[in-house]
Design a protein around this ligand. Structure first.
Ligand code: PGA
Length: 233
């Protein structure tokens, strides 16, 4: 089963439930699971709409604590209560914008598992790290530092320089990193993310150890997201 996950980032208002409705109305191709991660404000609404359908709903971040005096933050238990089944943790935009380091990401992933959510742990190198030949060392360090204690999690490999840029690694580069992650975390699903589009999805999803995609921009339009899912059919 390939998992095609959409990350809406800071996009989406309640009227955009129309996109979710279109995903639910479309037939999900055999062998494909769909997951949509809207902003936290929409998780409860979207989960209610998607209940009983083939589309799962996830969130984009959670706080590591179960509850407490953390104004503005949202716990994993709250997301589970709202109907989420997954939560992205350690996305490079959070690592960059909020200074999140791997120890915090691991704490968030552990909190997610404790609340019954499946964390999607993101790792990825910057362009300068890749150019310095440090990609596998960076990925290994992020993975070892960020992975939760429990076995039930998903890894997303997202080269920072490929996110939202239209650039993607070569298939050989994707295969190299996914092969290394698979060696470090056997039996864990590994998604590729970074400028996945209808036009490149089939070849990226065809690489060994690519078990799905984490899709940003192209998940905002139902037709593009479904075309990515269909590229697996
Ligand atoms: P993108 O984002 O598909 O817009 O490159 C991917 C992500 O950040 O998850």
């Amino acid at each position: 089963m390939k998992l095609i996950a959409g990350n809406w980032k800071m996009h989406g208002l309640s009227a955009d439930a129309a996109v979710l409705q279109a995903l639910i109305a479309a037939r999900v191709p055999a062998g494909v699971e769909l997951l949509l991660c809207p902003p936290a404000t929409l998780v409860a609404q979207f989960a209610a709409i998607a209940r009983g359908s083939e589309v799962a709903i996830g969130a984009q971040d959670c706080h590591p604590a179960e509850k407490g005096a953390h104004t503005g933050d949202i716990s994993a238990a709250m997301l589970a209560d709202a109907g989420a089944s997954h939560v992205i943790v350690g996305h490079s935009e959070r690592r960059a914008d909020h200074g999140e380091h791997s120890a915090l990401v691991r704490a968030k992933a552990n909190a997610a598992q404790a609340a019954g959510l499946r964390p999607i742990v993101c790792v990825g190198e910057t362009l300068s790290e890749r150019e310095a030949g440090e990609t596998l060392a960076i990925i290994t360090a992020q993975l070892q530092g960020s992975r939760p204690d429990g076995a039930d999690f998903i890894i997303a490999y997202e080269p920072v320089w490929a996110i939202g840029t239209g650039r993607t690694p070569t298939l050989a580069e994707v295969a190299e990193v996914h092969g290394e992650i698979a060696r470090l975390a056997p039996a864990t699903r590994i998604l590729y993310g970074g400028s996945v589009k209808p036009g490149n999805a089939a070849e990226l999803l065809g690489v060994a150890h690519v078990d799905g995609a984490l899709v940003g921009g192209a998940s905002l339009k139902a037709s593009d997201f479904l075309a990515i899912a269909d590229s697996q059919a």
